[in-house]
Design a protein around this ligand. Structure first.
Ligand code: GUN
Length: 297
């Protein structure tokens, strides 16, 4: 039987576990606050940000909603970040990516106070992660580590293939899986658009993390019997429905489930975990900044 890994259920556990920590912070007068900054009119980005805000409100984190006209000068975004850095009532800052072309995205990441960088994208936080001393693990790979642990998937000694080398998912995922730490100790191969014979690589894997952003690129024929398959993809493809599109992953779920030992669905797999781990990092940030100690799930 193939296990379907239930991201909604694990995310719900994480949120429940954060509840006590948020209560403890609130009792100490330190209700966590996350500022989201959206400089885009892309409907998907708007939806992601509004979901993140709803998640915050649901668990008792204050959500501060900042929207900047995508045509505004880059300086408006930089100044906003400076103000949020200086505001002691703001514990976490998330600038939704991508930003418009006239904004230097590296400058955006560098500018956010690394203590408030709940995405874990600031170069200092990237460096710490690679060095095995993470301050804030990036939300998607951290969520995947939690999913694997909940599903009882052993990473130690496993052959893991990460398909995709993005700064947000592929690179930090590979780093976490190779670390000498719980949820790590895997032998990691990173595949990407220039990889030759991808199927040969994925067929040799105990764990496949599909994070290339290509709809249904991994199918059952590319998997070893019993492999664990984690699908990070959220791709809009044209569909004959009211919306005109549907969301599909990077994995062809129907053929993959015939072969895999465990697999995440889209939706309901990695997505809810990414959102839960943003709350986790915001609570952690608040604890670090205020000195109020909490237990994290
Ligand atoms: N855009 C797509 N994913 C992310 C994310 O995890 N964080 C931010 N800030 N922007 C994104």
């Amino acid at each position: 039987m193939t296990a379907i890994i239930d991201g909604d259920a694990v995310a719900s556990d994480v949120r429940d576990g954060l509840g006590d920590a948020i209560d403890a912070l609130a009792d100490a007068g330190q209700t966590p606050a996350l500022a989201t900054v959206l400089m885009s009119d892309d409907p998907a980005s708007e939806t992601y940000v509004s979901m993140k805000q709803d998640d915050c409100e649901e668990v008792g984190i204050e959500a501060i909603d900042i929207e900047i006209d995508p045509d505004a000068p880059a300086a408006e975004l930089y100044d906003t970040i400076d103000d949020l850095n200086a505001d002691d009532d703001v514990n976490g800052i998330l600038v939704q990516m991508p930003v418009p072309d006239h904004v230097d995205d590296r400058e955006v990441l560098r500018r956010i106070d690394p203590e408030k960088d709940v995405d874990g994208f600031h170069p200092e936080n990237v460096g710490r992660l690679v060095a095995g001393n993470a301050r804030y693990k990036p939300c998607t790979p951290h969520g995947i580590q939690k999913l694997l642990a909940h599903a009882g998937v052993e990473t130690e000694g496993a052959d893991a293939v990460v398909v995709g080398r993005s700064d947000i998912v592929g690179k930090p995922m590979a780093n976490l899986l190779m670390q000498k730490a719980a949820g790590g100790n895997a032998t990691v191969t990173v595949c990407h658009s220039r990889t030759e014979d991808l199927a040969a690589k994925t067929r040799g894997a105990d764990i496949v993390i599909a994070a290339a952003g290509v709809p249904e690129m991994i199918d059952g024929s590319m998997l070893a019997e019993g492999a664990t398959v984690i699908d990070v993809g959220v791709n809009r493809v044209d569909a004959d429905n009211d919306k005109g599109y549907e969301l599909v992953g990077d994995v062809d779920f129907e053929s993959a489930r015939e072969v895999a030992g465990a697999i995440t669905p889209v939706p309901g797999g990695v997505g809810p975990m990414t959102r839960a781990m943003l709350l986790y990092n915001t609570v952690k940030a608040t604890s670090r900044q205020t000195g109020v100690e909490v237990t994290l799930p």
